[in-house]
Design a protein. Structure first.
Length: 255
């Protein structure tokens, strides 16, 4: 990709990330995403457009609100940065229309994962919006209905099986029903094989993070961890680099 189109796509993605920040902040508290206008969470002062430029405003203001001088959470520029990168990668790997629906789907997943990370809840509205994007992609011909059907079934059946085994072994649920719904849309998008690989990678990531948290904060077998972020990270890896990861997995099995 040339630099000017790449930078333009990144900036569009960062703008989408700014919108995602509104969803991430307001959806868990049942606040309208339309009103009031963007404001500082601390002093509630309205943020004018020229102080609400994705990424740039955060660095120009040195990570602080101009009105109250309170620190702005690092998650705001992180969401914008990650979303911008997701858009650039999508448009670098797919033709424009396919790249657009892929970037929108990934953006939806970013908001969903971040909300789960903050609240341990997955909004049903984001699951539904993911289904709408999948339906549009089906109509456009970038997904085949058999892949969507079998992938969706795998995305539900495999996590339910994991949940059942976890309950039999630990008497704990292990995953929430929101994770099952997320598994459905991820499986429908990726297909059954990549969905299986996604669950495998997500479980590994979850174990590593749980061990790291336990080392830092002390061992607690009842410590809950949201699973959606690991599913989303793993699904994104499989979406963009699934063939390479599958090859590594095959070599691992042959060791």
């Amino acid at each position: 990709m040339d630099w000017i189109p790449t930078i333009s796509i990144f900036f569009i993605g960062a703008i989408v990330g700014s919108v995602l920040n509104v969803l991430i902040y307001r959806m868990p508290i049942d606040q309208s995403i339309w009103t009031p206008r963007s404001h500082c969470p601390q002093c509630k002062k309205t943020i004018p457009w020229f102080r609400n430029i994705p990424l740039l405003s955060f660095f120009l203001q040195k990570g602080k609100c101009v009105d109250c001088s309170q620190s702005i959470s690092l998650h705001y520029p992180l969401v914008e940065l990650i979303t911008g990168i997701g858009w650039v990668v999508s448009f670098s790997m797919f033709e424009p229309i396919n790249a657009l629906v892929t970037a929108l789907f990934i953006s939806n997943l970013i908001a969903l994962a971040w909300i789960d990370l903050k609240t341990m809840m997955i909004p049903l509205s984001l699951i539904i919006s993911g289904l709408v994007i999948i339906l549009i992609t089906l109509i456009l011909g970038y997904l085949h209905w058999t892949i969507v059907l079998w992938g969706g079934l795998a995305g539900v059946a495999l996590p339910l099986t994991m949940m059942g085994i976890t309950y039999l072994m630990t008497k704990r649920q292990g995953m929430g029903w929101g994770d099952i719904q997320l598994g459905f849309i991820l499986g429908a998008w990726l297909g059954p094989w990549y969905m299986m690989m996604t669950l495998f990678l997500a479980a590994l990531l979850g174990i590593f993070v749980w061990l790291a948290v336990s080392i830092l904060n002390g061992f607690d077998k009842d410590r809950p961890l949201p699973f959606a972020p690991y599913l989303v990270v793993s699904a994104t890896v499989m979406l963009f680099y699934g063939s390479s990861f599958s090859l590594l997995f095959d070599r691992f099995l042959l060791l």
